[in-house]
Design a protein around this ligand. Sequence first.
Ligand SMILES: [Zn+2]
Length: 70
Amino acid sequence: MKKCGVCKIATLLAGIGALNWGLVALFNFNLVTAILGDMTMPAKIVYALVGLSGIGLIVSVIKACPACNK
Ligand SMILES: [Zn+2]
């Protein structure tokens, strides 16, 4: 099944978020914080986008994305 552009971006962002959590747990290293600073506006935007992507992915798992099902 091919994924649409929106789903690809959401998967990528959620993947980055998941990797970042893994880095924090395993190496006590926060990649987002390292690049963008601790809770600065850009860092918050990244976290917000990751969160929204997570919601999008959960929704697309439960109820398949209409763009992907064409
Ligand atoms: Zn899709």
